[in-house]
Write a protein that binds this ligand. Structure first.
Ligand code: NAD
Length: 416
């Protein structure tokens, strides 16, 4: 990392976590495809050296730890890594390995691009209109894990503080309530929205929508919205036009002038900054997906939104993701689905979530040519009905392939 940008050597070392369950099937298939795409795109000038690091069940078996320190150090040192799905330890000290990785490296953006591939069956009438990029805040909100179970001394103490010192009398059943705390900060919100705006500018995307529940949670979700608009107006005044500005103009100069300013901003390539309440947003994405491009939202909303949007274009088997700190350069790309124990070891798992995450990783490295080769190969295969069983079974001319056979077809298509 130098001056806010990555300096990428021609031979990069990528630490990877194979993953539990189906991880052992998807990871080698994806690595083979990526190696081949890089070789074809750069004629041997560039290459990836894959370096295995342990986490999850495999780590526990070999070292007695779910997330060894050496793994965290490798991700810290090499900046960019990739991981398969991990079993969530039951009853252990770690609540979630994914959350631990994100928090340790302060990977504050969970980026989920959502697009549709022709041929993949979607519940939407016009899935080609879906092209969204979700920026989910990854380190705050109710996910910070600050909660106390009902009936414990901690819950009683917390309630006593609320009641006696803060004058709170709105808890309906205080004796039997569990409590959770939802921290949302100015810095946390601003760095997320800043990253989303920069991404929109870099990728020539038309808008950033701040999705929130500020109508109910005024200081947390409402704060997120307010600080988001502030970032746009204070830090990107010449590159953005916000609906705040639009509303002000409408009040001062009338609707016609405000509409003209909005149209002018859109025509001159400014990113439009708008906001939407989360429940309306979920409905709108189904009814008019073309109105949304980059989405910036808090952690819990982002969780729901990611799954709904993934379902709109083919489901979790095909949804990629990455956890990124744009300031330090640390990024971990990941399969977004779980370990799928019900289908593990049967050679039927869809490797595309991990593969498209690898595509995101190549783009992040600036190796766009290799990334495009893989995306184009997938476009051709899906369009002709070639896919793993989870997708092929819904395609009119679906030709279901095993995981390794599908991987082989992707490699063949890289050359076409
Ligand atoms: P899951 O995502 O593993 O499976 C849900 C359903 O989707 C299953 O029917 C599965 O067969 C199917 N599925 C998932 N990925 C698929 C793919 N690539 N191709 C075809 N079908 C696929 O969720 P789960 O069953 O709730 O969780 C299993 C384990 O995974 C748990 O231990 C959970 O904690 C963990 N998990 C890990 C992650 C992660 O590491 N990012 C995410 C979610 C769940």
């Amino acid at each position: 990392m130098k001056d806010g940008g990555l300096i990428v050597p021609d031979r990069v070392t990528i630490p990877y976590i194979e993953g539990d369950g189906v991880g052992a099937e998807i990871t080698p298939v994806c690595q083979k495809i990526v190696n081949e795409a890089v070789r074809i795109a750069y004629g041997g000038k560039r290459s990836i050296e894959w370096m295995e690091v342990l986490a999850g069940g495999k780590a526990f078996e070999r070292t007695g730890e779910w997330l060894p320190q050496a793994t965290l150090e490798a991700f810290r040192e090499y900046l960019i890594g990739i991981k398969g799905p991990l079993t969530t330890p039951v009853g252990g000290g770690i609540r979630s390995l994914n959350v631990a990785l994100r928090q340790t490296l302060d990977l504050y953006v969970c980026l989920r691009p959502v697009r549709w591939f022709k041929g993949v069956v979607s519940p939407l009438k016009e899935p080609q209109k879906v092209n969204m990029h979700i920026f989910r805040e990854n380190t705050e909100d109710i996910y910070a894990g600050i909660e106390w179970e009902q009936g414990t001394p901690e819950a009683r103490k917390f309630y006593a503080f609320l009641h006696d010192e803060m004058g709170v009398s709105k808890v309906r059943f205080p004796e039997t309530s569990s409590f959770g705390v939802k921290p949302v900060s100015v810095e946390g919100s601003k760095r997320l929205v800043r990253s989303a705006i920069r991404y929109a500018l870099q990728h020539h995307l038309t808008s950033v929508t701040l999705v929130h529940k500020g109508n109910i949670m005024k200081f947390t979700e409402g704060g997120f919205k307010r600080w988001g608009y502030e970032v746009a107006e204070q830090e990107f005044p010449d590159q953005t036009f916000s609906m705040n500005q639009y509303n002000q103009m409408k009040k001062d100069l009338g609707k016609e002038s405000a509409d003209a300013a909005l149209a002018d901003a859109a025509n001159t390539g400014k990113v439009i900054i708008k906001d939407c309440i989360a429940d309306a947003f979920l409905q709108n994405t189904l009814l008019k997906p073309e109105e949304y491009s980059v989405i910036a939202t808090l952690n819990l909303n982002g969780d729901y939104i990611s799954d709904q949007l993934a379902a709109m274009v083919g489901g979790i088997g095909i949804a990629p993701g990455a956890n990124i700190n744009y300031a330090t350069g640390h990024a971990i790309f990941e399969a977004t689905h779980g370990t799928a124990p019900d289908i593990a070891g049967q050679n039927i798992v869809n490797p595309c979530s991990m593969l498209l995450s690898s595509v995101m990783m190549l783009e992040h490295l600036g190796w766009d040519e290799a990334a495009s080769l893989i995306t184009q190969a997938l476009e051709k295969l899906f369009a002709s009905g070639e896919a793993t069983f989870d997708l092929a079974r819904f395609m009119p001319d679906g030709k279901p392939l095993g995981t390794t056979e599908f991987g082989q077809r992707v490699i063949e298509m890289l050359m076409c």
